[in-house]
Design a protein around this ligand. Structure first.
Ligand code: IMP
Ligand code: MG
Length: 194
């Protein structure tokens, strides 16, 4: 990820206070309109695949929170929501490890569960999560990811509902961050050198 530079978007003590120039530049990769259109399609597909059944959305924090908020509103069925949190990335490189920082608040046993992720990169996070969640015996455990970077895949994971396949770029926005920033962009963008 050679094109990722340290910047100061919205960070107290950053650009405004230190007088330093922001070095990150973000170019639009997937527009807000394209995302909304695809999220609507995924929402309809999830409910069409499970007629008359309640859907339990399980979001992987923090990256999935915006995607899941939109997705939940696009599923014309009974929906419940829960979240879990694992630590994965620092900056733009993988630590290769995942750690559970927050578990679910409701049992998933016997439910139709859709695990909602922002992005599947190496597949390590999703793979580890699926193994733990399967042992809790949901009726169905499906996966839904906004983005997939197949070029970096290390572990094969099933993706039942996918928004977009993207090239090997570090992306931010629509929930995805770089060092905690850029999640609030309404589109998905790639970080570039300024
Ligand atoms: P994986 O375990 O390698 O599949 O990585 C999954 C996690 O890494 C995602 O849930 C993201 O939090 C983070 N991640 C991977 N690629 C990107 C990216 O391009 N931008 C922001 N976060 C990323
Ligand atoms: Mg994530």
């Amino acid at each position: 990820m050679a094109d990722v530079l340290v910047g100061a978007q919205g960070r107290p003590g950053g650009e405004e206070m230190s007088g330093q120039r922001t070095l990150e530049k973000v170019s639009v990769l997937i527009t807000a309109e394209k995302i909304q259109e695809r999220v609507r399609e995924i929402g309809r597909a999830i409910s069409a695949d499970h007629p008359g059944r309640p859907i339990h959305l399980l979001g992987v924090l923090k990256g999935s929170f915006i995607f899941m908020a939109d997705l939940a509103r696009c599923i014309p069925a009974t929906v419940s929501c829960d979240f879990l949190r694992v630590s994965s990335y620092k900056g733009s490189t993988s630590t290769g490890e995942i750690r559970f920082e927050m578990d679910v608040t409701e049992p998933i046993t016997g439910r139709i569960v859709v695990l909602v992720e922002d992005i599947i990169d190496t597949g390590t996070t999703m793979d580890a999560l699926l193994r733990v969640l399967r042992s809790r015996e949901p009726e169905k455990l499906l996966t839904c990811a906004l983005l997939h970077k197949p070029s970096r895949r290390k572990v094969e994971v099933p993706i039942d509902y996918l928004g977009f396949t993207i090239p090997d770029r570090f992306v931010v926005g629509y929930g995805l961050d770089f060092d905690g920033r850029w999640r609030n962009l309404p589109y998905v963008g790639a970080i570039e050198e300024a």
